[in-house]
Design a binder for this molecule. Structure first.
Ligand code: ADP
Ligand code: MG
Length: 590
């Protein structure tokens, strides 16, 4: 090239970069990632596919943690429990139609449980969907999601991504938390806009879940009722655990001296071994209390709707309720003192109001609770030492109870029927938000999704105690656990079936009963298939040792705990909800 030509070239290059420099551009993919990151969302729980694969690749490239599951329901459950643990919406991303539908169960479950989560699904082209012209995975996802969540939004233009994501976040965490659906049509991702304008379009949500201060008159009313109590009781629900007002709650309990019960996922808010815990005297306190203060707990089926035999004589109770959702009041029984507000603010207001002007509950009440509790604990103790082989539930749970005692910061995931009911009662929790289970619906299938998110969000070892049936709903995610090398130890209570493994086909034909599985299955081999540790145990000592080792090493582990197939009762503790044939006697009941 001659010197002159070289100079000309250089000039052209200079001119071009000055005059024709293309403006810096951004696109829908990038804006979605930027909007999430700006709002402190660091983890995505996903199943890749059209049209979100590139989004997930880019998100990982930009430093987000992208946990890729084998089924959307498990990714959704992971996002939901991440929301419960962090008070930030957990985000699940799925493909269109079938992927979206698979994620929807988790979204509905999150909403029912008041967990903040956002399900983001890619969707097909609006023009084609709305004319029903048969697009790839055609479905009007927004319309389907709406009745199953707290709010549902669709974003059509790249410049609206910032505001759309902000709306989704605020809807998920403000007031009563819940699930939000965000519909992102495939075309949105490749829309291009000026980068600077794009950056300006992003919204950082300020104070997404503002404190809601209770009215002073409502506080006064509640305190009056509390002061009139002879046999007061506090019930903490998972809303109280979610609120992260742990110190405020402790200080209220200790100042007031009122015995308390903790609902399943509230266990550990105060240690279950706390002198005022009435956990082991549950039936006594429900029956005998004259004033019940509900804190982030609904009077739904899990509390027999606040009425009926377990609640003692009709009209024997007054209820005070703290909840952020005004419509929750009087949902099942009269609430004489509703306290609408966030739990931190309400509990603090109560503590301040009783400070210096409070007579602790009568000693005969507190002593009666303590005496019943001691008696029940003493009755249970020998059962937990059972060394019977094959193991029964109590013997196996006695071993796991020791492990959890020794590792109070470990996360516990629990599902099943008997495996759930008995573990809930037997395993004491020491710290808040460590126990994650089937929640308001009593739904099976949360196990591996919850276990993955518990490990990812907390960085602590996770113990998942699973019925063999419950595990089956999410079992394929053991591969996910191995792939991400998560410190999860799964213990399968393997009694060969649903409730029990002893049902038979009454016709004598070769098909097994619908209630049983392959006898003697070795679930531990599933873990070995993916490079994790598998252990088969048949007695409580070996179970204790294997779990302790797994929790210490942090290696993905699955322990197949062989349980007596004849142990276990129909539907665990909720057999009363199971209609039985009044005409025929089924073999299992014989
Ligand atoms: P459990 O099953 O443990 O009894 P529930 O899910 O029935 O708990 O009840 C949780 C309640 O907590 C819901 O009514 C919800 O509105 C309420 N809640 C959730 N977060 C807060 C909060 N930060 N402040 C006040 N109430 C809350
Ligand atoms: Mg079973």
């Amino acid at each position: 090239m001659s010197t002159a030509a070289a100079i000309m070239d250089k000039n052209q290059a200079t001119d071009a970069s000055v005059i024709d420099a293309p403006p810096a551009l951004t696109d829908g993919f990038q804006l979605v990632i930027d909007a999430l990151k700006l709002n402190g969302i660091e983890n995505l729980y996903v199943v890749p596919g059209i049209p979100i694969s590139d989004l997930l690749r880019m998100a990982q490239g930009e430093g987000m943690r992208v946990i890729s599951f084998r089924h959307e329901q498990n990714a959704g459950n992971a996002a939901a429990i991440a929301g419960f643990l962090t008070k930030k919406p957990g985000v699940c991303m799925t493909v269109s139609a079938p992927g979206f539908l698979n994620g929807l169960t988790a979204l509905a479950n999150a909403t029912t449980n008041c967990f903040p989560m956002i399900l983001i699904s890619g969707s097909s082209e609006r023009e084609i969907v709305d004319l029903q012209q048969g697009d790839y995975e055609e479905m009007d996802q927004l319309a389907i999601a709406k009745p199953l969540c707290k709010a549902a939004f669709r974003i059509l233009h790249a410049q609206d991504i910032g505001i759309g994501v902000a709306r989704a976040i605020r809807a998920a965490v403000s007031g009563r938390p819940g699930g939000v659906y965000l519909d992102l049509p495939a075309k949105l991702f490749s829309q291009v806009m000026d980068a600077a304008e794009g950056a300006r379009s992003l919204v950082k949500v300020i104070d997404p879940a503002p404190a809601q201060i209770p009215a002073p008159s409502a506080v006064e009313r509640a305190v009056d009722v509390l002061k009139g109590a002879k046999r007061p009781l506090v019930i903490f629900g998972k809303g109280a655990a979610y609120a992260q007002a742990d110190e405020e709650i402790r200080s209220f309990v200790e100042k007031s001296g009122i015995p308390f019960l903790q609902m399943s996922m509230a266990k550990g808010l105060l240690p279950d071994t706390h002198p005022l815990s009435a956990g082991a005297a549950r039936s006594l306190v429900l029956k005998e209390a004259d004033v019940v203060l509900l804190v982030g707990a609904r009077l739904n089926w899990l509390l027999s709707h606040g009425k009926g035999k377990s609640w003692g004589a009709p009209g024997s109770k007054k209820f005070i309720q703290i909840d952020i959702e005004p419509k929750e009041m009087d949902s099942n029984v009269e609430i004489v003192a509703p306290l609408v507000g966030d739990i931190g603010s309400c509990i603090t207001a109560l503590t301040n109001a009783i400070d210096g002007d409070w007579t602790p509950p009568p000693a005969d009440w507190v002593n009666a609770v303590a005496a019943r509790k001691e008696a029940n604990i003493a009755k249970m103790a020998p059962k937990l030492m059972s060394n019977a082989v094959p193991m029964n539930f109590h013997g196996a749970l006695g071993a796991l109870r020791r492990v959890v005692q020794e590792r109070p910061d470990a996360m516990l995931v629990n599902e099943g029927a008997n495996t759930l009911d008995l573990a809930r009662g037997i395993i004491d929790m020491q710290q808040p938000r460590k126990r994650l289970d089937v929640g308001t619906w009593g739904v099976m299938g949360i196990g591996m999704g919850f276990a993955v998110a518990a490990a990812v969000e907390s960085g602590k070892p996770v113990l998942a105690i699973e019925g063999d049936s419950a595990f089956g709903f999410s079992g394929m995610e053991v591969e996910t656990i191995c792939r991400y090398n998560l410190p999860v130890c799964i213990v399968i209570f393997n009694n060969n079936g649903i409730y029990r493994g002893t049902d038979v086909n009454p016709t004598g034909k070769p098909d097994p009963s619908p209630m049983v599985f392959v006898p003697g299955s070795r679930y531990d081999k599933m873990m070995e298939a993916f490079g994790g540790v598998g252990v088969n145990v048949t007695n409580p000592d070996d179970l204790y040792r294997a779990v302790s080792e797994a929790m210490g090493s942090g290696k993905p582990t699955l322990i197949n705990a062989v349980i007596d197939p004849a142990a276990g009762t129909e539907s665990g503790n909720i057999g009363s909800l199971n209609p039985t044939s009044s005409v025929r006697k089924m073999p299992a009941a014989e």
